[in-house]
Design a protein around this ligand. Structure first.
Ligand SMILES: Nc1ncnc2c1ncn2[C@@H]1O[C@H](COP(=O)(O)OP(=O)(O)OP(=O)(O)O)[C@@H](O)[C@H]1O
Ligand SMILES: [Mg+2]
Length: 352
């Protein structure tokens, strides 16, 4: 079904009137900037995908979004079975800095090689929106081929009606109806083909802790089924969420070595979590965590912080990596803590 019809998994099977086949013919309809803004406003107010019933776009998730295709810098509405190439998220009044934080989280993931697609923050104020390129598409001219992705909730067969099922349960961490890093690692360990999805998962979880993303649940981790091999999908929806004024719950979506509380995590927790999967080589978990911490510290120096990201977020990210690199638990950041830029390494000529 997926190969022949190429639909996203959520809408892969449709039972309908065969005479309506003409309506599902794939085509792209040009859309103006004004209409994009209007559809984004509608998506934000109605909490839907900003589309109408002519489009079969299906995407999970809480945030409102709009699915569009972009060819040669021009935007189109995918109609019928046509595939989108980009996801657009509108700014929400309740979370005015949410898009900037998501864009920053993404830029850091790209720097660490954990994501390979682009995002762009467009406009300002209430008209601001985030453009996210899809990593599950191959675009050739106006031909869009879909790469099948399966999120961890689907791969683990979690109940898709229960909204809590995508989070590990701190009251019953071994509940088999809920995900855990271990259970997802088991799935990745069973994948065929080249690559080390398990090693990638440990890098991914280390990144989750470093940015303070409390929303890395089973629907925000996915497997990408590429031709001939499957891999851990690029990082997506990775937002430094924990460092917001008034937030009191510091629980992660998946425990790290048994600990849900972000403030109690140390590099040792991450290493032990990787080791307990029994799938990495001797000393490999420690090497992966150490390297990821070093890469992250460098990324903080080089990635430009998008306007709108609160200073407390950048300070906290620097605090997180400093604490983990010095063998401590993350703990509480003192309010006066400021980010220390690491000195650029001197070259032989002494210029930089
Ligand atoms: N860059 C991308 N390429 C392909 N698919 C993506 C990409 N980003 C997100 N997705 C898919 O779209 C779904 C929804 O996107 P996303 O997680 O960003 O939305 P959300 O509404 O913020 O989710 P949540 O409910 O976790 O807050 C994801 O679960 C994933 O399957
Ligand atoms: Mg999501």
């Amino acid at each position: 079904m997926l190969r022949e019809f190429g639909c996203s998994i959520a809408g892969a099977v449709t039972i309908g009137d065969p005479n309506s086949a003409r309506r599902t013919q794939p085509r792209y309809e040009p859309v103006s900037e004004a209409e994009i803004l209007q559809r984004l406003r509608r998506a934000a107010s109605d909490g839907d995908l900003g589309s109408d019933d002519q489009s079969r776009s299906m995407l999970a998730g809480y945030q409102p979004k709009l699915l569009l295709a972009c060819f040669d810098g021009n935007w189109y509405l995918p109609r019928g079975r046509a595939h989108s190439t980009h996801i657009l998220k509108p700014r929400l009044a309740a979370r005015p800095d949410g898009l900037a934080r998501e864009h920053y989280g993404h830029a850091l993931a790209v720097k660490l090689g954990l994501a390979h697609y682009g995002t762009e923050l467009i406009g300002r104020g209430v008209r601001q929106y985030l453009v996210i390129e899809r990593y599950d598409r191959v675009v050739n001219g106006e031909t869009v081929t879909l790469i099948h992705q399966e999120d961890a909730a689907q791969a683990l067969g979690l109940d898709w009606v229960d909204e809590d099922a995508k989070f590990q349960n701190p009251d019953a961490p071994r509940d088999s109806h809920r995900p855990s890093a271990y259970r997802f690692a088991e799935i990745l360990g069973s994948l065929q083909g080249e690559g080390r999805p398990i090693a990638d998962l440990l890098r991914r979880l280390t990144f989750t802790v470093l940015i303070g993303d409390n929303d890395a649940h089973a629907k925000n981790l996915a497997v990408l089924h590429l031709p001939g091999r499957s891999a851990l999908a690029d990082v997506y929806d990775a937002v430094p969420n924990l460092f917001q004024e008034g937030r009191i719950k510091c629980n992660l979506a998946l425990a790290i070595d048994g600990s849900f509380d972000h403030r109690c995590i140390s590099a040792g927790h991450l290493i032990r979590e990787g080791e307990r999967w029994n799938a990495l080589g001797a000393g490999e978990a420690e090497r992966i965590v150490t390297e990821t911490l070093a890469d992250f510290a460098k990324a903080l120096d080089s990635v430009v912080v998008p306007p709108g990201v609160p200073a407390a977020v950048t300070a906290q990210l620097a605090w997180n990596v400093e604490r983990l690199q010095t063998g401590h638990e993350i703990g509480e950041r003192p309010s006066g803590y400021r980010r220390k830029r690491s000195r650029p390494a001197k070259t032989a000529s002494g210029n930089r």
